[in-house]
Design a protein around this ligand. Structure first.
Ligand SMILES: Cc1ncc(COP(=O)(O)O)c(C=O)c1O
Length: 393
């Protein structure tokens, strides 16, 4: 079977490949600490599960509108209006199965051959993959440790050309945990307006924040009409397996995205959407508790990594990832690159984690660890990494 040309442009999220490798080792009897996949280790709060069961028993088993159930679109509009301090109406909301489809649909709707899309690198790997897939030019914006992995505005300015169609931003950031400050967001907003560029603001970790304030680029004058907010339930409510997310955009673009939904999924599962209404309108305590637990784990893992000779780790302000610099360890162990070190730590130490390059070429010299795991497991991982690094001499 000969595949269509476009399939050669499609990338992958390698965290799932590392997970498969780790599971193979476990099947052979090895004990592995999982720090590779980015999902909360908590269960979905009980009242959300109850709402889904109730919805199923009440007959929410049929197709729904492609843009989402009116009650969820309303709940999202209210929630986004309140959390971002902007005014959103339900017609601006498109409900989709997870946050990811908003990336895909945004790129399908707005970018094609001849267009350029600027995206963070290191960054969520699906941005680059999808930019290539739609035939646009991927223009990486390197994020540097010296800038605590925030965008370098001068560098961004230099990347903009008359063909720049879209800038993707992600704050709090995967894989670095960095958070864009108000001044940087304002500068990005100014550039977007000046050059008539649309912004995809991936705010999926917006509530997983430990320091400072969450600022959405939509808060700056003139930005709401040129921004697509990507958000969802996966991280905030520990609902990764439910597949529930949404985009907030102009009404005109929402109509186009609804067409993409109707062509691809028909609609998002209806009982899942009713669970989403319960998540947004119900008690938020479980979510706050998760964030408090993540903060404790962040402090543990950052301090633990920084105490290992040869590793340096910036303290992230949000999300649940750390992105330590391991250049010295790579050199000492004569590894070819970060990926070889990540493979070594899985094979020799039983710690599954990601090479920084799984998030783009500017991730070389770094690893990504998800600390959405228990304190005892994190301590075990730190001990194992420390021992493995000490053995390198
Ligand atoms: C930055 C970022 N955006 C979007 C997503 C996708 O979320 P979902 O699982 O809801 O599709 C992820 C998931 O890891 C992510 O890290």
């Amino acid at each position: 079977m000969k595949l269509a040309e476009r399939m050669t442009n499609l990338g992958q999220e390698t965290a799932f490949q590392v997970l498969v490798k780790a599971r193979e080792l476990e099947a052979q009897g090895r004990d592995v600490v999982h720090l590779e996949v980015g999902e909360p280790d908590f269960d979905t709060p009980a009242h959300i599960i109850e709402a889904a069961c109730h919805a199923l028993q009440s007959g929410a088993t049929h197709y729904g509108p492609s843009a989402g159930l009116p009650e969820l679109r309303q709940a999202v509009a209210d929630d986004v209006s309140k959390s971002r301090g902007i005014k959103v109406n339900p017609k601006q909301v498109v409900v989709v199965p997870g946050g990811k489809p908003i990336m895909f649909f945004t790129l399908l709707a707005l970018a094609g051959p001849g267009d350029e899309v600027i995206y963070p690198n290191p960054g969520f790997p699906i941005y680059e993959s999808m930019i290539h897939f739609v035939g646009a030019k991927a223009v990486p914006l390197p994020l540097a440790e010296e800038k605590e992995f925030c965008s370098n505005i001068e560098e961004l300015r230099g990347k903009i050309t008359p063909r720049t169609k879209l800038i993707i931003i992600n704050s709090p950031h995967n894989p670095c945990g960095s958070v864009l400050c108000r001044e940087d967001l304002e500068a990005i907003a100014e550039l977007a307006i000046k050059h008539d560029i649309t912004v995809l603001a991936d705010e999926i970790y917006g509530r997983i924040l430990y320091e400072g304030e969450f600022v959405s680029i939509t808060q700056f004058p003139g930005m709401q009409e040129r921004t697509i907010i990507l958000d969802g339930f996966s991280k905030t409510y520990a609902m990764t397996g439910w597949r529930l997310g949404y985009g907030v955009m102009t009404e005109a673009l929402a109509e186009q995205m609804t067409k993409l939904m109707s062509n691809s999924n028909s609609c998002t599962a209806t009982f899942t959407q009713l669970a989403g209404v319960a998540a947004l309108k119900g008690p938020q305590e479980e979510s706050y508790k998760m964030v408090a637990a993540f903060k404790e784990r962040r402090d543990l893992i950052v301090n633990g990594l920084n105490s290992i000779p040869g590793i340096h780790c910036v303290m992230p302000k949000g999300a649940f990832y750390v992105f330590p610099n391991v250049k010295e360890v790579i050199k000492r162990g004569r590894f070819a690159n970060s990926k070889a070190l990540a493979d070594h730590l899985l094979g020799e130490a039983g710690v599954a984690l990601m090479s920084g390059t799984a998030f783009g070429q500017y991730g070389e010299g770094y690893l990504r660890l998800s600390y959405a795991n228990s304190i005892p497991n994190l301590k075990k991982a730190l001990e194992r990494i420390s021992e493995a690094v000490a053995k390198l001499g």
